[in-house]
Design a protein around this ligand. Structure first.
Ligand code: PGA
Length: 246
């Protein structure tokens, strides 16, 4: 399966830095065949700019959240249809920062994912346990429940990618061990197989402190079909090195 390397820029960047980073990546990646599918998820303010620069390059662009509602009276929200109209192909949903900072429940995330699918977007659905949940031996149960409750009935292997992101590994410099990643990815695939056809074809990414020096090991761990990269996706040379680690 072709790997997907996704950059989650979070709430970072200016007009100028987003333009520069996208142009550097486009330039570097146009001189060589892409070894993986590449996705850039800038802040919503920069999505149009990045999608314009990336158009026709084969690089995908996505947003970091969308509304569960169709376009209408929802101040401050972004409709999936608007995101697609800006030239995006993907949307990240259920990131732990949104689950924690905006009290997003798996039920709400399922609604958002359904809206994204209706608009023709592919969903990167994030799941992952906290440190306390892992220490209490609840990691498997937590992730299985998140999948159960946040995968909409519209999900299939083609329109949905799952990202396993242990919360304690995000932005901390700690990563899950290859053995733990392999075990969790296997559990996720088994869980998906109980719900959807052709689960073997669904991409399951790992995310959480993926860096240049651990990318090779993580991306070659059994069951890993790519990475969701936060901090290291903000520097062109680091993100390119991670892509090259495929
Ligand atoms: P990080 O973030 O790579 O900075 O840990 C990953 C993510 O939150 O998607």
């Amino acid at each position: 399966m072709r790997q997907l390397i996704a950059g989650n820029w979070k709430m970072n960047g200016t007009l100028e830095s987003a333009r520069k980073l996208t142009k550097e990546l486009v330039k570097a990646l146009s001189s060589q065949p892409h070894k993986a599918d590449i996705l850039l998820c800038p802040s919503s303010l920069h999505v149009g700019l990045v999608a314009g620069i990336a158009m026709g390059t084969g690089i995908f662009v996505g947003a970091q959240d969308c509304s569960a509602h169709p376009p209408g009276a929802h101040t401050g929200d972004l409709a999936a249809e608007q995101i697609a109209d800006m030239g995006c192909q993907y949307v990240i949903l259920g990131h732990s920062e949104r689950r924690q900072e905006h009290q997003e429940t798996s039920g709400l995330i399922a609604g958002k994912a359904g809206a994204a699918h209706r608009a023709g977007l592919k969903v990167i659905l994030c799941v992952g346990e906290t440190d306390a949940q892992r220490s209490a031996g609840q990691a498997d149960q937590v992730v299985a429940q998140q999948l159960e409750d946040s995968l909409p009935s519209s999900a299939n292997f083609n329109n949905t990618v799952v990202a396993y992101e242990p919360v304690w590994a995000i932005g901390t410099g700690k990563t899950a061990s290859p053995a733990d990643i392999e075990a969790m990815h296997s559990l996720i695939r088994t869980k998906i197989a109980g719900k959807l056809a052709h689960a073997e074809n669904m991409r399951i990414l790992y995310g959480g402190s993926v860096k240049v020096d651990n990318a090779r090991e993580i991306l070659h761990t059994k069951g890993v079909n790519g990475a969701l990269v936060g901090g290291a996706s903000l520097k062109a040379d680091e993100f390119l090195s991670i892509i090259n680690a495929v």
